[in-house]
Design a protein around this ligand. Structure first.
Ligand code: F6P
Length: 362
């Protein structure tokens, strides 16, 4: 019997989302003879029953394209959904029964949720309500529990590494401290990986609180050996040993209310004051989420998409696709929901960094 599958992309956008949409659609339509529809703007589309048909042809040309043709939202939680009343007042309602009704009316048999922890936590809650759901792990932050890697991460690392490469010459010419602030929320995967690939002298990650005195030591050691500039990469979620997170703003109706950002500038002021060396900070920001998807992520996204469709064909539900070693496997959403995968303190890249003289500020 032909099935009808719904897809949505939730949370912040990420390189490779379109490649997953393409793979799921083509696998379902071409290989299984199923029908596919895409809900718009994440869970908002499910609540509002706003969708578009996805066909073999209309997912053409998407492999390298950043963003998501379906749109996304990192605000809309269907279990705590912002509704505006006729008098203008706002209240939050559980719209999950509305979603289940919409899906039943449209004849949707199963859902594929492409997203990060917020999206997969809601997916798990729908699976508990009896909806067949398969998740696909997305985020540039690489902080999703249960998978060795999320798609989009390597493209973000590529962008951050190119930025570090470009900052070297200007740092060297002006004998300055150049600080690159990268995304990653509470996980330091982007900073650690791009920092090592881009030859940063100091790498600061949220998992290791930093002491400015230790950073200064590393900078002065370089100066003594004749290198009058230093490159620092700092993850937006880092904390000073005696300090707190630098929060840019708070978005009340978002599943993850805190928006980080600005620690690079704080650090630049701090280091300039202590060392007397000119320091400049650059926030790489959303450039990390855009641009062309690199081949690694196109392949990983395609593998995840095809595996998600296959999992539904095999009758699996309440699972998320995951990369473990070289294999794509299914992990229960119950294990993924509400958890984060941080950089372990004994990560080999940290050990190698330390052995070649990189400072982690700790
Ligand atoms: O989770 C992806 C991410 O890009 C984080 O690295 C960053 O902290 C956050 O989203 C930014 O969110 P927004 O797009 O709402 O500013």
């Amino acid at each position: 019997m032909g099935k009808k599958i719904g897809i949505l992309t939730g949370g912040g956008d990420c390189p490779g989302l379109n490649a997953v949409i393409r793979a799921v659609t083509r696998c379902c339509v071409y290989d299984y003879g199923w029908e596919v529809i895409g809900f718009k703007d994440g869970y908002r589309g499910l609540v509002m029953n706003d969708y578009m048909p996805l066909t073999y042809d209309n997912v053409s040309g998407l492999l390298d394209r950043g963003g998501t043709i379906l749109g996304t939202s990192n605000r809309d939680n269907p279990f705590h959904f912002r509704c505006q009343n006729a008098d203008g007042s706002v209240e939050y309602r559980d719209m999950s029964s509305q979603v289940m009704e919409n899906l039943q009316r449209e004849g949707v048999d199963a859902l594929i949720t492409i997203g990060g922890d917020g999206t997969q936590t809601a997916a798990y809650d729908f699976s508990k309500m009896g909806l067949p759901v398969v998740g696909v792990p997305k985020t540039i932050d690489n902080d999703l529990y249960g998978t060795d890697m999320t798609f989009g991460f390597q493209t973000a690392v590529n962008t951050a590494t190119e930025a570090l490469d470009a900052l070297h010459s200007t740092a060297e010419s002006h004998h300055r401290l150049m600080i690159l602030e990268v995304m990653g929320r509470y996980a330091g995967w982007i900073a650690l990986t791009a920092g090592m690939a881009g030859g940063a002298d100091v790498i600061l990650i949220p998992e290791l609180a930093y002491d400015p005195a230790h950073i200064v030591e590393a900078i002065m050691r370089r100066r003594k050996s004749g290198r009058h500039y230093s490159i620092l990469v700092v993850s937006e979620g880092v904390k000073q040993t005696n300090g707190s997170l630098v929060v840019r703003n708070v978005i009340e109706d978002s599943p993850d209310k805190i928006r980080l950002g600005g620690v690079g500038m704080v650090l630049a002021d701090q280091l300039e004051e202590i060392t007397g060396i000119e320091a400049r900070a650059m926030v790489l920001g959303h450039l990390q989420r855009g641009g062309r998807t690199i081949p690694f992520d196109r392949i990983l996204a395609t593998r995840f998409g095809a595996a998600a469709a296959a999992a539904l064909k095999q009758g699996q539900s309440g699972v998320m696709m995951a990369l473990q070693g070289r294999d794509i496997v299914s992990v229960p959403l119950s294990e993924v929901a509400g958890r984060q995968r941080l950089v372990p303190l004994d990560d080999p890249l940290i050990e190698i960094g330390r052995s070649i003289g990189v400072s982690f500020g700790d």
